[in-house]
Ligand binder design. Structure first.
Ligand SMILES: [Zn+2]
Length: 329
């Protein structure tokens, strides 16, 4: 099929992303048990960062290869007047790429839509109030069972049911509020949206890629543990209060309404026992969520610079162009 210059570029970029993404996703799926084993002994916040980075890596590198290699080499080395056929293999890869991106975008937009609907539900049934020590307003909802969550992305808001407020002691409430504040500082709802919006390997579910799903589950678990640690800050009495709050909220039952972009105090009943045990075994925590290690930042900047220098070099672009010529036929 003969296509105009820019349509061929779009086709080639989509096909290139698809192939790089599939290769890296299969590799990461295979490496997932090893990444999880590496994350486990570390601090929960470091483990959560590592697992999130591992899960997003195939999409991010796929995008970088397209933007840094595929597009520049095509624009530099492909004469505009060339009339060239686009092979069926390239077209098929481009179509699969569009379908995967479309499904991911739909999933992300649906999550945003459900989040807006949940906000409306809170506005309708709840009353806004201020709690001691909390500098933003809180929605208190009547008859919402065990709701205790941070909802939304840009201005996340605390949503608490009246039953929870009436059942928690002052110390338990304070510990639970610190837990949700830790989620807000880490922007965990935004990370949730990112995970929902990355494309799948193929535009349909592949059961063999369970490793990638285990990275997401691991991220969710370590995110909760990290928020517990920050809420407790190494203080044994706060740890007991938070454990008490978790058990009391869990006993009230599941919330009536939920949003995909919210972090609940008791997000997953399966992990409740483990969280309570680690709080009661030894008061964990003492991490500063805003602290960014300078050495880590320097390493990331150097790695990005090296990556840019290697992939942006003339020799790399010429080799890439030859490979793309094979791909497009
Ligand atoms: Zn939480």
């Amino acid at each position: 099929m003969i296509l105009p210059y820019l349509v061929r570029l779009a086709c080639l970029s989509l096909a290139c992303f698809f192939l790089v993404h599939v290769a890296l996703a299969i590799g990461m799926n295979w490496l997932a048990p090893w990444v999880l084993a590496m994350a486990k002994p570390g601090k929960p916040s470091s483990a959560a960062r590592l697992l999130l980075a591992a899960r997003l890596l195939p999409s991010v590198v796929g995008g970088l290869v397209v933007a840094g290699v595929c597009v520049p080499s095509y624009l530099w080395l492909e004469p505009e007047a060339t009339v060239e056929q686009v092979g069926l293999g390239c077209l098929a890869a481009a179509v699969l790429s569009v379908a995967s991106w479309g499904i991911a975008a739909r999933r992300g937009l649906r999550a945003i839509g459900l989040s807006i609907r949940y906000e409306r539900y809170c506005r309708k049934l709840g009353c806004e109030t201020r709690l001691a020590g909390e500098n933003t307003r809180v929605w208190v909802i009547e008859g919402a069972a065990s709701s205790f969550a941070l909802a939304g992305i840009i201005h996340p808001r605390l949503v608490i049911s009246r039953e929870v407020l009436e059942n928690l002691s002052h110390a338990e409430l304070e510990a639970a509020l610190r837990h949700e504040r830790a989620h807000r500082t880490s922007r965990d709802n935004l990370k949730r949206l990112l995970l929902l919006s990355v494309p799948d390997v193929l535009p349909f579910r592949v059961r063999l890629l369970a490793g990638l799903e285990s990275l997401e589950r691991g991220w969710a678990q370590f995110t909760e543990w990290a928020a517990d640690d920050r809420a407790v800050g190494g203080d044994a009495s706060r740890a007991v209060s938070l454990a008490g709050a978790l058990v009391r909220v869990a006993r009230l039952g599941a919330p009536r309404e939920a949003s995909p972009l919210m972090t609940s105090l008791v997000a997953d009943g399966r992990d409740l026992e483990a969280r309570v045990d680690r709080l009661l075994d030894a008061a964990p925590g003492g991490e500063n969520p805003g602290q960014v290690r300078p050495r880590l930042v320097v390493a990331i900047v150097l790695a990005a610079g090296l990556f840019g220098a290697v992939i942006g070099g003339p020799a790399t672009l010429q080799t890439a162009h030859r490979l793309l010529e094979h791909l497009i036929r």
